[in-house]
Design a protein around this ligand. Structure first.
Ligand code: GCB
Length: 595
């Protein structure tokens, strides 16, 4: 058999990306419940717009010993930035910065006997190179998922120096690629922790209902360490459930049990305390139980048909104009989603921070979690499919026990004409279903046609999706071609449910609202009209199982340059960045109340 060069390149690249010490480890799950020492706070930084720091080997931190020694950089006396947090909103010269920033934090730590130590990053956007005491631990690519390095044998007594080179330059073969409609917040955007575990620790677990069952949990626990064969206990005190299983030589223990759960739902977001323990490690979680399925062209939660009342949200604290990361940020964003009457949040267009997902779970909001495979992706670049798969694994691993995550959305608005696109995304979907067979999978496209008031949906990517999710901007980017209530639909997938994952238009809050304004772009009246028309049109959509306006809040985006109406903001929010309700908000709120 001949192995093509392409295949070799593939194998070598996989090895470089996936194996080797150079790439970060996939993070242990539930970092928030571990024995952690936070490295959040002020970090010293060196701005490096030309990237020369690499050549100067900043991580070595050469110190001038004599006054005649020449060293052209130093962290001592440098500016400081707060972690977690994007750098763009913390220094005005970094507002639109896309490039390298070097971060440094000193810490001292002494690891207990028979303990292991990890440095865990919630997320760094986009490329991260991590150095400890001058030695490179490795790299991570991808701005929205966690990763870790083990440092058990690398930390030293006294002061340790952790240096992170962050680079948020857009990459043609990145995920996302070069073009996207949000602010490219760079930096160490989520928590950094030192996590101490036992010698053998609980790396991962899945405790969720078996597909199709409302009573039976089918899952597993995975240990990591030298001594992988251990007794593991799983306790759910409220249900008086206590299970004891033994892991095999790979550290994996399967588990199965039945109970009468009070099922989690938006109306009753019940979570149970679950404790997982072995002799050397304990993790606690709050877990809910529910089923989610597609039956015919309906979506069914816990056996009952449900209409998805969604809203799109970017990971931005609108008031601060900064990347959101905290529980407070989550409460702010999700509180408005609840007030609108939503039962689902589409966390666009990348996995949001863990506080957001957990808070949504407590508040009874289902989550649509999405990969940043957005618009112009270089599917033909050999590294891209590997990166997609890596990100998918990181996303699923972090949230597989969050019952409110009901949909994995694997892509948004990629183009059918892009070489390799459908093939690559079909393969990714297959991996997704292998990793998690319990949730729904979707792809979002906007490659439909609309002529003579007829709407045709045909994208071959929907072959691989449980839900046909489409974005349409009738009344905004695309003018109506007839009465909204008369739109004719041809959907090439008549057996699948249809979800309108985006619609809407822009309005500046407070822009004139008077007679005749319905026809004037940027006014609240115009936006309101779009919403009224859209609601009429929804009645024409066969198999419609939900909608999700674009979007909750006005948000920062570089391509939005209108000097009067946009000023660097995408104004499609139902709320201004200050939280003021535009007229369209009330249309949507009434619709959701009626549904
Ligand atoms: C879309 C994209 C979204 C944009 C939005 C817009 O279709 O999915 O990311 O921000 O349109 O405002 O144009």
């Amino acid at each position: 058999e001949i192995i093509l060069f392409k295949d070799w390149a593939w194998i070598v690249l996989s090895m470089l990306l996936v194996a080797g010490t150079a790439h970060a480890q996939t993070a242990m799950i539930n970092a928030q419940s571990r024995n952690a020492t936070s490295l959040n706070g002020e970090w010293n930084v060196i701005l490096d717009p030309t990237g020369i720091g690499e050549w100067r080997q900043i991580w070595q931190e050469k110190k001038p010993l004599l006054k005649t020694d020449f060293v052209e950089y130093a962290f001592e006396g440098s500016p400081r930035l707060t972690v977690p947090g994007d750098f763009n909103s913390q220094m005005c010269e970094l507002t639109y910065y896309e490039g390298v920033v070097w971060y440094k934090k000193e810490f001292s730590y002494s690891t207990g006997k028979n303990k292991r130590l990890f440095v865990h990053f919630g997320a760094v956007n986009y490329l991260a190179d991590i150095y400890l005491n001058g030695e490179k631990l490795g790299s991570h690519e991808g701005g929205f998922t966690p990763f870790q390095f083990e440092v058990t044998h690398k930390i030293k007594p006294g002061t340790n120096a952790l240096i992170v080179k962050v680079d948020n330059k857009r990459l043609k073969n990145g995920l996302p690629g070069l073009g996207y409609d949000w602010l490219n917040y760079g930096g160490i955007t989520r928590d950094v922790n030192l996590i101490e575990t036992g010698n053998t620790y609980i790396e991962d677990y899945s405790i969720q209902l078996r597909k199709g069952s409302q009573k039976e949990v089918s899952g597993w626990v995975k240990l990591n360490g030298v001594d992988k064969q251990k007794r593991i206990k799983i306790k759910i005190p409220e249900l008086k459930t206590e299970l004891s299983v033994r892991s095999d030589s790979n550290g994996v223990a399967r588990l199965q049990f039945s109970s009468s759960f009070n099922l989690w739902s938006p109306a009753y977001p019940k979570l149970y305390k679950v404790v997982i323990e072995t002799e050397t490690d304990t993790v606690e979680d709050e877990i809910g139980f529910r089923t989610i399925e597609v039956k015919g062209n309906k979506v069914v939660l816990n056996g009952k048909e449900i209409f998805l009342k969604g809203i799109n949200i970017h990971e931005e604290n609108p008031v601060k104009g900064a990347r959101a990361f905290s529980k407070e940020d989550a409460i702010l964003l999700l509180g408005h989603a609840k007030q609108l009457g939503c039962n689902l949040v589409r966390l666009a267009h990348y996995p949001h921070n863990e506080n957001m997902v957990k808070q949504a779970e407590r508040m009874g909001l289902m989550v649509w979690s999405e990969l940043p495979i957005y618009q112009h992706i270089e599917f033909s670049d050999a590294t891209v499919p590997l990166k997609m798969e890596m990100m998918l694994k990181e996303m699923i691993r972090r949230d597989r026990n969050r019952c409110n995550v009901v949909i994995w959305s694997l892509s948004n608005e990629t183009y059918d004409g892009t070489p390799n696109r459908t093939k690559a995304l079909a393969a990714l979907t297959q991996v997704c279903r292998q990793l998690d067979s319990t949730r729904l999978v979707t792809h979002v496209t906007n490659s439909q046609s609309y002529n003579n008031n007829s709407f045709k949906v045909w994208d071959p990517l929907y072959n691989y999706a449980d839900i046909v999710s489409l974005n349409e901007y009738l009344g905004w980017y695309v003018p109506w071609q007839g009465k909204p209530r008369d739109v004719k639909w041809t959907v090439a997938y008549p057996d699948k449910p249809v979800f309108i994952s985006e619609f809407g238009g822009e309005a500046l809050f407070g822009s004139k609202y008077g007679p005749g304004d319905e026809a004037a772009f940027w006014t609240e009246a115009y936006q309101e009209k779009i919403y009224r028309d859209q609601l009429e049109m929804f009645n024409t959509v066969p198999g419609l199982i939900g909608v999700s306006p674009w979007l909750l809040f006005d948000y920062r985006s570089l391509g939005r340059m209108h000097p009067l109406y946009q000023k660097g903001y995408n104004r499609k929010g139902l709320l201004s960045e200050k939280g003021e309700r535009k007229k369209a908000w009330f249309i949507m709120e009434q619709y959701y109340n009626r549904k």
